[in-house]
Design a protein around this ligand. Structure first.
Ligand code: MN
Length: 295
């Protein structure tokens, strides 16, 4: 048993290219869950020919991007030369290290449904200045239980481990609830949070719905979930991240100066972030506010 209370933190609305998303992390209520430092929930939405969801080339620093779809598809291109289509249930994991750039393009006829999440994992000091990397998995291991299937994106859930790269002690699992109660073993050294994508999930008599992050706290060695019908959620967790993060735009760093250097490198087309072979023009942004003030 545990003294943890489920804390519901409402997501904020954000705009990514022409896409409205619900940002579950970071919010005023919470900056990180383990090394997870960013969660956008997009859709479900119907695509139409007049609605672009392409995200043009942009840089990253000090983080891993985890792209996970429940429906639809994206074409990933990056400055390592990767070109990879991703569909529901598959994982694209890009490690930026000291610098990488990528685009996420909608290759189809802009029809059908799009639904997914993009998450970021802050890299620890051990690897954050290292090289960039990209991994794709067509299939991931599953934990099958009564009333629940867990698809393990990264880390270990129950006794099932993902082959995906992991630089810190964290886990990400898609939980597909079939309806009815289920108790799962958790790691008491981890803090956890649940973001519901479809339906509703009950934890400790608190109903969790899409549009919020439910912080489950640390110290749980198990958790009982319940749902009245099919529901889908992302469970993220990890050892609380003990390095103070400084985040701006698409960069995760430790200091303002690191961000300033990264912004200058992107703005000047420096080789640091490389080149993405994309039909879309790179995304340009103005300087961070502390550089504006110096002008
Ligand atoms: Mn990105």
């Amino acid at each position: 048993m545990t003294d943890n209370r489920v804390e519901i933190i409402e997501s904020c609305e954000a705009q990514v290219a022409e896409l409205r998303v619900r940002r579950a992390l970071p919010t005023k209520g919470r900056r990180t869950v383990g090394a997870w430092c960013f969660v956008d929930h997009m859709g479900p939405m119907s695509l139409s020919p007049d609605r672009s969801i392409d995200v043009a080339p942009h840089p990253h620093l000090g983080l891993q991007t985890v792209t996970w779809l429940f429906g639809g598809e994206f074409l990933h291109r990056d400055s390592l030369g990767s070109e990879q289509l991703i569909r529901a249930g598959q994982l694209n994991l890009m490690t930026s290290g000291h610098g990488v750039a990528h685009s996420e393009e909608n290759p189809g006829l802009r029809s059908g449904e799009m639904h997914g999440m993009q998450l970021w994992v802050a890299q620890p000091s051990m690897t954050r200045d290292g090289g960039a990397d990209f991994e794709h998995f067509d299939e991931l291991p599953r934990a099958e239980m009564a009333n629940l299937t867990g698809t393990v994106l990264v880390g270990t859930f129950v006794d099932v481990s993902s082959p995906a790269r992991r630089d810190s002690d964290h886990v990400g699992v898609e939980l597909d609830f079939h309806g009815g109660p289920v108790t799962v073993a958790l790691d008491p050294t981890y803090e956890y949070a649940l973001i519901v994508a479809n339906g509703a999930v009950l934890v400790d008599d608190v109903v969790i719905r899409p549009g919020a992050l439910a912080y489950l706290g640390a110290g749980r060695d198990e958790c009982r979930f319940d749902s009245s019908g099919p529901s889908r959620a992302m469970l993220i967790g990890g050892v609380p991240f003990d390095e103070r993060l400084f985040m701006w735009w698409n960069f995760v760093a430790r200091t303002q100066d690191e961000i300033s250097d990264a912004w200058r490198a992107w703005a000047t087309g420096d080789a640091r972030f490389g080149h993405v072979a994309s039909p879309f023009a790179r995304i340009e942004v103005g300087p961070p506010p502390w550089l504006m003030a110096l002008r």
